[in-house]
Design a protein around this ligand. Structure first.
Ligand code: AMP
Length: 281
């Protein structure tokens, strides 16, 4: 497996694979790879002939008070994990390769619209424009491919689908299920920030989602209340939002009639965690 850090190298490599009739799979990540990322890489390796994993902590999607500086970075460990999961190539560009011209941040941005302004977008202004911009660049570098994204970041998955459709990228976006710890906590690179007690308290996100989904309740307001009450039972966890939303538009749902999405964001100590689950009547 090769680790590349230049756009032109990756572009050439993937173009040459396609000209040999091989199907390209792309797995964008910010590194600190765990079993959730591995599940995406394995899925790509099963469905495609060449799997490229990108490792890039994108400064554009972090707010000024967020964890960009302390986000875990360990390229050697990530390369080993990517290779073990079946990757053929890791693209780990420095910031000035992605955003050249002596600027840490590009002037040209992709705007997402309403889908990027609700839920995570309301709490993290500019976040989804940052995500959409880096994803558009990665799609432009990779060329025609299948791109694998986790349902763990459900709103991001919808934003990425919208970017691919609206900007006509020749990319098929594939959604992959959330990988969880045995006690339900969704795997996340940020879980490593949690202390022992916080790690235990963090399972309340999953417990709230699972309890709400199993409750049989169809009223959106009562489902929101149920999740919020559940989360507030953990003293060290502070809720940002608990929402019941349309699975495609993320508009709030008054009554669950078809499938809907339960979404939660909360702070456990200083660590912000998100999770979500499908609910059906
Ligand atoms: P990140 O490195 O956090 O930007 O995540 C890279 C990709 O891995 C995104 O598509 C995430 O949705 C996905 N991902 C992160 N955690 C999980 C998980 N626990 N299960 C499945 N996919 C995940």
């Amino acid at each position: 497996m090769r680790v590349l850090d230049r756009i032109e190298q990756v572009r050439k490599e993937l173009e040459s694979a396609r000209s040999d009739g091989r199907r390209v799979g792309l797995v964008p990540t910010m590194g600190a790879l765990h079993a959730g990322h591995a599940s995406l890489i394995e899925r790509s390796a099963r469905g495609c002939d060449v799997t490229a994993v990108t490792v890039f902590v994108n400064p554009l999607q972090f707010g000024p008070t967020e964890d960009f500086a302390r986000y875990p970075r360990d390229l050697a460990a990530d390369a080993a994990a990517a290779e073990a999961a079946g990757a053929d190539l890791v693209f780990a560009p420095p910031v000035d390769e992605m955003y050249p011209g002596g600027r840490a941040l590009p002037e040209t941005r992709v705007e997402v619209g309403r889908l990027g302004e609700v839920l995570e977008g309301a709490v993290r202004p500019g976040h989804f424009s940052g995500v959409a911009t880096v994803v558009a660049k990665l799609f432009a570098v990779a060329g025609p491919c299948r791109a694998y994204f986790g349902e763990k970041d459900y709103q991001q998955l919808l934003v990425v689908r919208q970017v691919a459709a609206d900007l006509s990228f020749p990319v098929e976006v594939v959604a992959c299920p959330t990988v969880r710890e045995a006690d339900g906590l969704a795997l996340s690179s940020r879980n490593r920030y949690l202390s022992g007690d916080e790690r235990l308290a963090a399972t309340v996100l999953w417990r709230a989602l699972a309890t709400a989904a199993a409750s049989g309740e169809r009223d959106g307001g009562r489902l929101r209340e149920l999740m919020a009450r559940y989360v507030s039972s953990e003293p060290d966890v502070e809720l940002d939002y608990a929402e019941v939303a349309d699975p495609l538009t993320l508009a709030p749902v008054a009554t669950v009639e078809g499938e809907a999405r339960l979404l939660i964001a909360a702070r456990v100590g200083t660590t912000r965690l998100i999770d979500n689950l499908a609910v059906t009547p």
